[in-house]
Design a binder for this molecule. Structure first.
Ligand SMILES: Nc1ncnc2c1ncn2[C@@H]1O[C@H](COP(=O)(O)OP(=O)(O)OP(=O)(O)O)[C@@H](O)[C@H]1O
Ligand SMILES: [Mg+2]
Length: 338
């Protein structure tokens, strides 16, 4: 039932009660009928503000006027008593309405503030990304320029030229990689396909095992079932690579990374990455997924930000929990059907 109809029905019922038992001399009924009218008035104020409260109070007051007239001969105190009651209807209606309006305004202002905060956060992220981009593009550009000068210099011997041509190539690919990761952060278009998650993780482990062994890290994959889900396989691979690389990098003097892949039920798939590294400081947990947050000398701080975007684009969640000194657990939760 909608709120307006509810108030009207309640008002009619209380007025009827007034007419039927208004002159009853049972103390209990007298008390009930006096207070019943306040319920629709308070609700009117609460739901429709000052106008709602005052209008309900006025409606009920008008409806009881004939009742007062009918019983005008009830004694000296009857009419003043009823008038005081009507004045209170108005005061209560106005007061509840005013408080409710003030609360609504405050909520609206809070929403505006929150939106402004979100916009400024977004702008500052864009600003930071822009500064990072300038830095990441300018650095390889200056080495490219230096290397090109040497390659073009007639007096430089061919071996040195070859060496600098190689540098030229590697700097160009670095630039390309940076731009690629920027693009995958800003432009995200999913191309869902059938993807065997466990098989993909297995392949990635094979690829990264060399790097893991160098750090003395042992990677184990635990999976009870083999489910094919519809996701953007390429993008999910990127997420798994980022998480595995982060774990390997977090354990430079050895450790263990357990990857547990399970289906919660038929709707979600969960992949846990549990490492035995140093864990994450509580004050860093909130910054972890922000672009450019890194504690590494050569890190871009985009790995987790991109991974979170990818998982969220799949309507999933990337969660982290960590116990300092005992390791970190990253959980990728994705719905099975995209
Ligand atoms: N498994 C982990 N254990 C401890 N700290 C972690 C782990 N994974 C991520 N971190 C912390 O989160 C930070 C951000 O990670 P993210 O992958 O976004 O960037 P990065 O690894 O520093 O750089 P990039 O991934 O671009 O090379 C890391 O610098 C590190 O401090
Ligand atoms: Mg990383």
């Amino acid at each position: 039932m909608n709120k307006l109809l509810f108030i009207i029905v309640l008002s009619v019922l209380t007025i009827l009660f007034h007419y039927m038992y208004g002159m009853s001399h049972t103390a209990m009924l007298e008390a009930v009928h006096r207070r019943l009218c306040y319920i629709p008035i308070v609700l009117g104020g609460l739901w429709f503000g000052v106008y709602g409260g005052v209008a309900t109070a006025a409606g009920i007051s008008l409806a009881v006027v004939p009742f007062i007239y009918m019983h005008r001969s009830m004694g000296q105190e009857f009419i003043p008593g009823e008038i005081v009651e009507i004045i209170f209807y108005g005061i209560i209606g106005w007061l509840t309405g005013m408080l409710s309006d003030a609360q609504k305004n405050e909520r609206k202002q809070n929403d505006v503030l929150k939106e402004q905060l979100r916009t400024s956060e977004r702008l500052s992220t864009i600003g930071e990304l822009f500064a990072y981009m300038m830095h990441e593009i300018r650095n390889p550009l200056s080495s490219i320029k230096g290397a090109a000068d040497i390659v073009a210099d007639q007096s430089v011997n061919p071996e040195r030229k070859l060496e600098f041509a190689g540098l030229l190539k590697s700097e160009i690919s670095r630039l390309n990689r940076t731009l690629d990761s920027m693009l995958s952060y800003t432009r995200m278009k999913l191309e869902p396909e059938e993807c065997n998650i466990n098989a993909e993780i297995g392949k990635i482990i094979g690829l990264l095992n060399g790097q893991a062994e160098k750090n003395g890290v042992k990677i184990n994959l635990f999976s009870k079932d083999d489910v094919v889900v519809r996701v953007d396989c390429d993008k999910m691979r990127q997420v798994f690579i980022n998480l595995i690389l982060n774990a390997i990098e977090a354990m430079p003097s050895g450790g263990k990374l357990d990857i547990v892949s399970t289906g919660t039920d038929n709707t979600y798939r969960e992949i846990l990455f549990k490492d035995t590294g140093p864990g994450i400081k509580p004050e860093q947990i909130n910054s972890l997924f922000k672009p450019l947050f890194t504690t590494k000398k050569t890190g871009s701080g985009l790995g987790l930000a991109i991974s979170k975007r990818i998982v969220e684009e799949h309507k999933g969640k990337l969660l982290v929990r960590s116990e300092l000194g005992r390791g970190a657990v990253f959980t990728v939760r994705i719905p099975c059907n995209q």
